[in-house]
Design a protein. Structure first.
Length: 311
């Protein structure tokens, strides 16, 4: 991935004065998750702090811990992980790096996805499995209560009422504060809400992939957090950090990187949007966090959206 781009350096050294002058009002940089957890909207996704195939420990374990600590220094107080990342190593790493946790840090984890091997993911929504998963996450993260526990995937072999029934019990027992879902439709959210209150949704969403627009609109209406995974397109061929995409010239025009443009677009798109860009690089972490500073006019964002749609 290399070093920080010249465009990113421009943001970090305050090359946005002319842009900021044209903006009528600044957006809110925080969100009340579940009505009682104040988080900075630009968070950190820890999934990349693992080995290849999201399997095992990261090659540079000490370096990964430095990234987590630096994220907190830069103002991140919302970190997303899952028991399936590693599996298990990601939660352990967060505790190694950050425990005892700073006041106000919200760690969101997930359960319900098992890992037979590198790059393989198999949902398991059996109530007895999920109850055990919550207990194990608590232990690995050294927490008495998980602030946000998310069902990683709905298991099509198990009625969601049964899966979430186990999570409701864990919540009633004080093991979980709030419950979220991942990769769901509006109908699935409504079905889940009959079992347990749902405060957030984590679906794939970014400037070039907006299939979850209906779920985002629902979250906005219900004041639920919307956590877009793959906020910059993921790590494959769809990644916006790769060269040759339609947004490059526009990013250059504003003296930022395409990644920063994509993250800033998410932040302005909705007040319930909680992007969680992940990286194992300190330089890219700094670049990602600087995206918060980019604020453009509505007309400029429309132009950028149109370019992304055409790409």
């Amino acid at each position: 991935m290399g070093t920080i781009s010249a465009g990113a350096a421009g943001v970090l050294t305050g090359g946005l004065e002319k842009v900021l002058a044209a903006v009528p009002e600044a957006r809110d940089s925080t969100f009340q998750l579940g009505g009682d957890l104040l988080v900075n909207r630009l968070g950190f996704g820890a999934m990349r702090l693992t080995g290849e195939g999201i399997w095992g420990w990261p090659p540079d374990r000490e370096g990964a811990k430095k990234v987590l600590r630096r994220a907190v220094e830069l103002g991140v107080n919302f970190i997303d992980t899952a028991d399936a990342y590693g599996p298990e190593t990601n939660e352990l790493l967060i505790a190694e790096a950050l425990y005892p946790y700073p006041k106000g840090l919200v760690i969101a984890t997930k359960g319900g996805n098992t890992r037979p091997g590198p790059g393989q993911w198999v949902p398991d929504g059996r109530p007895e499995y999920l109850a055990q998963a919550v207990d194990k996450s608590l232990k690995r993260l050294k927490l008495e209560r998980i602030d946000l526990w998310q069902l990683h995937r709905i298991d099509r072999k198990v009625p969601v009422e049964e899966s979430l029934g186990a999570i409701k019990k864990a919540q009633d027992a004080g093991k979980i504060r709030h419950v979220g879902l991942s990769e769901v439709t509006v109908a699935e959210i409504e079905r889940a809400k009959k079992v347990v209150p749902i405060v957030s949704i984590q679906n794939r969403y970014n400037i070039t992939d907006r299939e979850s627009e209906a779920a985002l609109n629902y979250c906005e209406k219900e004041k639920m957090g919307f956590i877009p995974w793959a906020p910059i397109g993921g790590s494959g061929s769809r990644s916006l950090s790769k060269g040759g995409n339609a947004l490059e010239a526009e990013a250059k025009r504003h003296n930022v990187s395409v990644v920063q443009l994509a993250l800033a677009w998410l932040l302005q798109k909705s007040p319930v949007m909680l992007p969680i860009p992940g990286t194992s690089s300190l330089a890219h972490l700094e670049e990602n966090m600087a995206a918060e500073k980019l604020q453009l006019s509505a007309d400029e964002w429309k132009r950028i959206e149109d370019l992304a749609r055409g790409s």
